[in-house]
Design a protein around this ligand. Structure first.
Ligand code: G3I
Length: 317
């Protein structure tokens, strides 16, 4: 039983959740992870700010705890993340020289991917490189390089450091078919065409209950699958009012079913990571005032049967 076992019975690789020492300290949360997960993603501990806060000074403790917990409990790990404009220490964002930044990216990835070599199923090598209008996001990486080739540097460094890890490009708001999704797919095709080592695409899937993009979620996965790469749903949650109406609760069950079903019916979709276990530990209420209720377990670590059963029905579809 459990979501991971169920999706594996349908030929997929995993259902997982984000985790980190902060939530691995909560007994009820850990019991749910043990029973339901086949995969974990470090919610924060492997981000640049967390792991190399000052140059060549690594803070491995939280990431090691997460990685050791995963190994002890038989869960695969999605590594998250190397090249990202956010949670980036100022010593990196202040670099203004391409040669220096190239070496810094290569060294960071060599150290981090090298330390966890052989333990990572897939790395989010780069995260959120597009704006919502589909243009290239301004960051120290895109600004100093002036083009997309910071991705070439990062993916090559990751391949060199851990040849067995799948290397992903990850982004959010790909759900609303349009310029962002189209340009993301085109960028991946361009990377492949010029020989950059990339194996997978990640769609975060931070969704909103009742949003019109959800019934057509399969078309988003199909567009991503047109790259020819493995497709992963990497940070799923479906938020609504923190105190939802009964109609919103019902709709959320339908929405979780639609997403799970879309993965099941898309051959390239290998697995689904949900961005947290309990609503209590979700990023949503801190970011969107008055919103929450986005996950499959409530504030008391009790299963939300409508959402959970919807997700199960999607896997069984
Ligand atoms: O650890 C410090 C703590 O020492 C300090 O007292 C406290 C005060 O604010 O902050 C704590 O750090 C927080 C950290 O989470 C750990 O809890 C940061 O402020 C907070 O910004 C950070 O939020 C994380 C966010 O990424 C940062 O961008 C969320 O937990 C995490 O769920 C969220 O995850 C992202 C993915 O990485 C990328 N996609 C979007 C997703 C949701 O935003």
């Amino acid at each position: 039983t459990g979501l991971d076992a169920l999706i594996k019975s349908k030929g997929k690789k995993y259902v997982g959740f984000c985790a980190d020492p902060a939530t691995l300290n909560i007994a009820q949360n850990v019991a749910i992870l043990r029973a339901e997960a086949g995969q974990v993603t470090p919610e924060n501990s492997m981000k640049w700010q967390s792991i190399e806060p000052s140059q060549n000074s690594y803070s491995w403790g939280n990431a090691d705890t997460l990685a050791n917990w995963a190994q002890t409990n038989g869960k695969i790990i999605r590594g998250h993340t190397f090249v990202w404009h956010s949670q980036l220490p100022s010593w990196v964002s202040n670099i203004n020289n391409k040669a220096t930044l190239t070496t810094v990216i290569q060294n960071h990835i060599a150290q981090v991917a090298g330390r966890y070599k052989g333990k990572i199923y897939a790395w989010d090598v780069a995260n959120e490189v597009f704006n919502d209008d589909g243009t290239r996001r301004s960051s120290v990486f895109s600004n100093v390089f002036g083009d997309w080739t910071f991705l070439d540097v990062a993916f090559r460094a990751a391949r060199a450091a851990d040849p067995d890890a799948k290397l992903c490009l990850n982004d959010y708001n790909l759900d609303y078919s349009g310029a962002k999704l189209n340009n993301f797919v085109q960028l991946v095709k361009d990377l492949i065409a010029r020989g950059v080592p990339i194996d997978c695409v990640g769609t975060q899937s931070h969704l909103v209950v009742g949003n019109g993009a959800i019934p057509s979620f399969k078309s988003t996965l199909d567009a991503l699958a047109s790259t020819g790469l493995e497709v992963q749903i990497t940070e799923l949650d479906i938020r609504t009012n923190a105190s939802p109406s009964s109609q919103q609760i019902t709709q959320q069950g339908n929405d979780y079913r639609s997403v799970a079903s879309a993965c099941i019916k898309t051959a390239a979709c290998s697995g689904i990571t949900i961005w947290g276990v309990s609503d209590k530990d979700s990023w949503v209420p801190q970011t969107f005032s008055g919103q929450g209720y986005a996950l499959l377990w409530d504030n008391n670590y009790q299963k939300k049967t409508t959402a959970y059963n919807g997700f199960v029905a999607g896997i069984n579809s």
